[in-house]
Design a binder for this molecule. Structure first.
Ligand SMILES: [Zn+2]
Ligand SMILES: [Zn+2]
Length: 229
């Protein structure tokens, strides 16, 4: 399906359009789910090359471009192993990217959090998830529009959040997580996967924790960069 969509996008929009590149990314995820990691990596690299070129050439790239790039980079990091120097340099690239484009775009911090889980840096991942929380005017702070893959409702501070350590795209709320543990949720691909539990305990559901964060975001993202440089 993605292959056909990709051919269509390439023809209609060109190889470097965000929609084309996102389809390349999704095809990569499909390969990764099937265990075809080399093919997946190839797809991510292909879209990353184009995204890098667009980000270099455009003075104010669109939110979609920035987001697509962060997504592809995170998925690529998930494939590269813990000790791989490629994963480290990709993490450095992602943190630099976020430093530059984070304004009004918390969703990309979410991808950094997932990439950090991939390199087993749980402490920084925990902080990144906190920084990725979006506080709208109503009282339902969420994680940048992340949906639960079990019930398909938004994951908020009150629903709790569990993130698959193996799959780059699977999130569950607390209720669905307990169903999954009791094998009553049909999520076959994650049957033997471990999940990362996002700590939401000390967070207010309707108030950004200004001044309450352990570390200021700018200081923290700088530290993450230094750690992986
Ligand atoms: Zn759920
Ligand atoms: Zn999984």
């Amino acid at each position: 399906m993605y292959k056909r969509a990709l051919a269509g996008y390439e023809k209609a929009l060109g190889p470097d359009h965000t929609s084309t590149l996102n389809t390349v990314n999704n095809l990569g995820t499909l390969y990764a789910d099937q265990g075809k990691l080399d093919e997946a990596k190839q797809m991510y690299l292909r879209s990353l090359v184009s995204f890098r070129r667009i980000l270099r050439d455009e003075i104010s790239p669109s939110k979609a471009t920035i987001h697509g790039f962060a997504t592809a980079l995170c998925r690529s990091i998930r494939i590269d192993s813990v000790n791989d120097s490629i994963a480290r340099s990709e993490l450095l690239e992602l943190s630099n990217h976020i430093k530059k484009w984070r304004q009004g775009n918390t969703a990309i911090v979410n991808w950094l959090a997932k990439a950090l889980i991939g390199v087993k840096d749980d402490q920084n991942a925990q902080l990144a998830f906190r920084y990725s929380i979006r506080y709208p005017n109503d009282n339902n702070a969420d994680f940048g529009g992340t949906l639960c893959d079990g019930c398909l409702y938004y994951i908020t501070i009150s629903t709790g959040r569990y993130v698959c350590r193996q799959c780059s795209d699977i999130d569950l709320c607390e209720i669905c997580m307990s169903k999954h543990e009791r094998n009553t949720l049909a999520l076959a691909r994650c049957r033997d996967h471990c999940f990362f539990s996002v700590d939401t305990t000390s967070l207010e559901i309707n108030q950004p924790p200004t001044g309450k964060f352990e570390v200021d975001f700018d200081v923290w993202i700088e530290n993450v960069g230094n750690q992986y440089s």
